[in-house]
Design a binder for this molecule. Structure first.
Ligand code: 9MR
Length: 480
């Protein structure tokens, strides 16, 4: 895949408010060759987002969409933050409540709110052992793997071009000292499930920064060593990972580790960027404030620590509100931790390299690409046979994802087989919502258990990913 050209395609846009903030400081920027340094005269940001933008970073928060009707909440959100992460609205249970039936209403509301207010969106999360829909409980093996890959592909395709960074895989490593993977239904589909998810995400949204996200990996320990080894292996083998997200949920028992910055740096040294993704720190007063300041300073000391997201706005919005872990109290009043965070941001640090976003020449605003899949490349035959198949192909230099729609004829279906021919040199590398026979030349795709029955005139979809060129000819559909 031509990642370089895809990732520099300008698909990621710089939000207007961020652009404005960046534009306002370009006079304070001194370009030295390709390095951009902040001149000492840069003005202090008066909000978290503006202060972070002066270092080229975003400052975000988790948002629960049902709170967007709370004017106090929205007032702080729009004033202070330049990025949002869906609290629960983009998780598997929320987006695919029935197999291959997707509901994006809540997630779309958040994205629309963000776009209308010049904020970026972090996507959370495509594949996770928690908050799965009930129907995955009966799946295992190939069926679960394919369902997961279909989910990753469909959701990332729906939001293509509108998500700055995706948590592709969340919390896949075990707690405790093993340094290995967590047991889960996804892990039991095979050790390669994580890389398969990343490949599917890259194919679906080549412009998004793809992250592995986890907790208790903030310092060097057996768990973070396990993630480190995975990232090193992925980079060595060309698995498309761009970023590691450090959740950073700190408590009195598990405070900001002394080697936080050093640990972030060792990941950056592997060739990924790092993001702080769910920051909240139990406590109050000056000690909480000091901890927030340490976290911000650690990120700002690392040029490829590209942004910080807190895990909510007011303490009362927190998933652990009794820990009062956030920057605003329940009344929306700024806490000492807010002041220390803002001060640390305004003290500056390294600037983010001018890729995301460019600090000198902001990219032009582009319209997000359509979220619907491209039109079919083949026209289904008239609906008087058993079934018809139409194929739409999303390709890039060196690879493709094909989505195939099976439409039942007037008698309905209790099973289906789709045959198509791949061009010379093309190979199927992953299939979801179907079982294939063959991977090159003439390839057949057969229904799985859950999608065998299709009512008269109704449709079902499956997909596959491959290297080389995608199919261009007609696909045929028949009963098995
Ligand atoms: O913030 C989320 C909260 O509203 C949910 O009740 C909870 C359920 O698991 O998930 C919370 O967020 C989690 C995040 O998605 C992943 N890291 C751990 C967070 C706390 O559980």
């Amino acid at each position: 895949m031509n990642q370089v050209s895809a990732r520099s395609s300008g698909r990621r846009t710089t939000p207007p408010r961020l652009r404005a903030a960046l534009a306002s400081i370009t006079t304070g920027l001194v370009a030295v060759g390709t390095t951009v340094v902040l001149a000492a005269s840069a003005s202090a940001g008066t909000t978290l987002g503006a202060a972070a933008a002066e270092t080229g970073r975003y400052f975000g928060t988790a948002v629960a969409v049902n709170r967007l009707s709370d004017s106090g909440y929205v007032g702080i959100l729009n004033r202070e933050f330049t990025s949002v992460t869906a609290d629960n609205e983009m998780k598997w249970d929320a987006t695919e409540p029935s197999p291959n039936q997707f509901t994006y209403t809540s997630g779309d509301k958040l994205v629309s709110h963000a776009e209308a207010n010049g904020m970026r969106v972090r996507g959370h999360a495509l594949a996770w052992h928690q908050q799965q829909p009930r129907w995955t409980a009966v799946l295992s093996g190939t069926a679960l793997r394919n369902a997961m890959l279909n989910h990753v592909t469909q959701v990332a395709t729906h939001y293509r071009g509108r998500i700055h960074a995706w948590n592709v895989v969340n919390e896949a490593f075990a707690d405790g000292g093993s340094g290995g993977r967590r047991d889960s239904n996804l892990q039991r589909t095979g050790d390669d499930w994580i890389e398969a998810a990343f490949r599917a995400a890259r194919a679906a949204d080549p412009g998004a920064t793809l992250c592995y996200n986890d907790y208790y990996i903030e310092g060097q320990n057996p768990k973070s060593n396990g993630v480190y080894a995975m990232v090193r292996d992925f980079k060595a083998r060309g698995v498309p990972i761009d970023c590691v997200g450090f959740q950073s949920h700190f408590t009195a028992q598990s405070p900001v580790p002394a080697d936080y910055q050093a640990n972030l740096q060792r990941f950056v040294d592997l060739g990924v960027e790092v993001q702080i993704t769910e920051l909240d720190i139990e406590g109050s007063g000056s000690s909480q404030a000091a901890s927030y300041s340490r976290v911000v300073r650690a990120c700002l000391a690392i040029s490829r620590c590209t942004g910080i997201t807190v895990s909510g706005i007011r303490d009362t919005d927190s998933w652990r509100s009794s820990a009062t872990p956030l920057l605003f109290d329940g009344n929306g009043t700024k806490k000492p931790a807010y002041a220390s965070t803002l001060d640390a941001l305004n003290a500056g640090g390294t600037t983010v390299p001018p890729t995301t976003p460019s600090t000198t020449t902001p990219p032009p605003t582009t319209t997000p690409p359509p979220t619907t899949t491209p039109p079919p490349t083949t026209t289904p035959p008239p609906g008087d046979g058993d079934c018809a198949a139409s194929v739409s192909v999303n390709s890039w230099s060196g690879g493709f994802v094909a989505t195939v729609k099976v439409t039942a004829g007037p008698a309905g279906l209790d099973g289906w087989v789709v045959d198509l021919t791949l061009p010379s040199g093309a190979t199927v590398t992953a299939v979801w919502s179907a079982q294939n026979t063959g991977t090159s030349g003439d390839v057949s795709f057969r229904n799985l258990g859950y999608n065998s029955a299709v009512g008269a005139g109704a449709g079902t979809e499956f997909g596959f990913q491959g290297t080389g060129n995608g199919p261009t000819g007609a696909a045929t559909c028949a009963r098995p």
